[in-house]
Design a protein around this ligand. Structure first.
Ligand code: SF4
Length: 307
């Protein structure tokens, strides 16, 4: 039994999502594919030393309380909260089984780097950031713990609407997505189900005292939220994160129904906006990746590998 209807499952499958357990999902990303072919790696490999072909992208739930314009998922199709949540061990097993099955499918290709392909069966990283809001899964701390027991690093990306859970989790790197410098822009860009702006500010304050590596991520959408760099700087200042990632909106998945190509800023526009945010909060540009249109800021202009 799953909490996801058959029609939604078909839609998700069409877009490359595979169910793990009854409500989690896993998807192999473009960069894993490129890394297996030895033709490129994700910006997280450049910024933090992650190995793209050994990274799993998953979510414990596809339920979300936002309907962001930039989201690649079909936010218009609601996913119900399941009557019973899967246990963390069952989600981890489901994720590994599905990930291995998907990797096996690449084995026959003559373009694969065979050494990398074998390594991909022993993943080292998990990005809990695929789609859906992971803090809505009540056993998220235990799920992170399960991955750590397997000596994997964990990245969690939350929209910050659930500060109680943000206070409890300790992944290797904890991100809060901040997609507006003020409440009006937040309503427009994220279309929350209920007003969560104050919760997001609270989560940012919690991030400041977090004992793990922290980051704030902004998805910049031209004509929507690429405004008021000083406003962003002021709010990010609540969190004093180790890193700030400013990334261009990419015109992919279901977001194509809500936004146009023109909403994608160029890398130079992202760089310029990032310079303004950095200057206003006294951070430095630590790195950037033109291919992914993303810029990394840190307090001292340095970056540290996670492993
Ligand atoms: S918070 Fe994330 S999953 Fe939820 S709608 Fe926004 S982009 Fe999509």
């Amino acid at each position: 039994m799953t909490s996801i209807s058959e029609s939604t499952k078909t839609l998700l499958k069409k877009h490359g999502y595979h169910l793990a357990g009854t409500h989690g999902a896993v998807k192999t990303c473009l960069w894993l594919n490129k890394s297996l072919r030895n033709t490129g790696a994700c910006y997280k490999s450049k910024f933090y030393g992650m190995t793209s072909h050994r990274c799993i992208q998953m979510t414990p739930t596809l339920v979300c309380n936002h309907r962001c314009l930039h989201c690649w998922r079909a936010v218009e199709v609601p996913v119900e909260i399941p009557p019973v949540w899967d246990l963390p061990q069952d989600i981890v097993k489901g994720v590994f089984d599905e990930h291995r099955r998907l990797i096996s499918g690449y084995g026959g290709s003559e373009f694969m780097d065979k050494t990398r392909w074998k390594e991909a069966f022993s993943p080292k990283h998990v990005a809990i950031s695929l789609s859906g809001e992971p803090t809505l899964y009540p056993y998220l701390p235990e799920l992170i713990e399960e991955f750590h027991k397997k000596e994997m690093t964990t990245f969690v990306v939350t929209n910050g609407t659930n500060p109680e859970m943000v206070a409890q989790i300790k992944p290797t790197q904890l991100y809060i997505s901040l997609n507006a410098p003020d409440e009006d822009t937040y309503e427009k860009a994220c279309q929350p189900l209920g007003n969560s702006w104050e919760n997001i500010l609270q989560s940012l304050e919690i991030l400041k005292d977090s004992k793990t590596r922290t980051a704030v991520r902004i998805t910049l959408t031209k004509g929507v939220n690429m405004v008021d760099p000083q406003g962003y700087a002021r709010i990010i200042g609540l969190a004093e994160p180790d890193y700030v990632e400013l990334k261009a909106y990419m015109h992919l998945g279901f977001s194509r129904k809500r936004l146009s190509q023109d909403n994608m800023p160029s890398h130079d526009e992202v760089l310029e906006f990032s310079r303004q945010v950095a200057q206003a909060m006294n951070y430095q540009i630590a790195d950037d990746s033109r291919g992914s249109r993303v810029v990394l800021l840190s307090k001292d202009g340095e970056k540290q590998n996670i492993v």
